[in-house]
Design a protein around this ligand. Sequence first.
Ligand SMILES: [Zn+2]
Length: 242
Amino acid sequence: MKENFIKLWLLQDIDRKLNILNDKLKEIPQRVQDLNKKLAGKQQEFESSKQGLTEHKKQYKLAEVELRAAEEKLATYSAQLYSAKTNEQYKAFLKEIENQKRLKSEIEDKMIVLMEKMDELETKLKVMEMEVTKEQAETQAKLNALEAERKELESALTEQEKQRQELLQSLPPDLLRRYERIRKSKGGVAIATTEQGRCNGCLSPIPPQRLLDIEREDKLYLCETCGRILLPGKAKQEEKTN
Ligand SMILES: [Zn+2]
């Protein structure tokens, strides 16, 4: 019986490892998705800043056209000023000249602001472009590492499954059935040990006589409170040193 108990311990250890490996494997697609999402976010940010620059350039070209129009009008009115036949006409031309001058100066101010923004955006874009390139390389490296991790997890899983199969063949079927049934109903942990007079699965005290029975390891005992298979604490110690 004692030999079977050791095998049960090994089985529980394998099952615990299988759970951990499976959990890690399940996380990988999400981690891949998160990495791609982060990169896409950076690329998106870069693209929209690029669009912003294009928009500013368009506005600047428009302002240049407006400026030329204002300059042409200003030249026309200035030339007409000397051909004014009445005082009224002269005053009207003067007013137009003032208007065009004001308009011209407004456009020029706007162009300065646009120019500053364009410079700012261009500097920002250069930095962003470097960041995106860096992020792409980093993301690719991380994705490669994740792929390697996935392969490692899969081969570790295969290895543990193989060990499990071997162990299953050497255990009495009724004991195995019991183990599986308890494992399913107890959150994946079928075996508990006695630690300082208590079941370490549910922390309930164990009667002293029962403790002695358990320590003999000649019969299977279940915890009366949580229903797990109870093994003596020292069995766990032996397992650890093996
Ligand atoms: Zn218990």
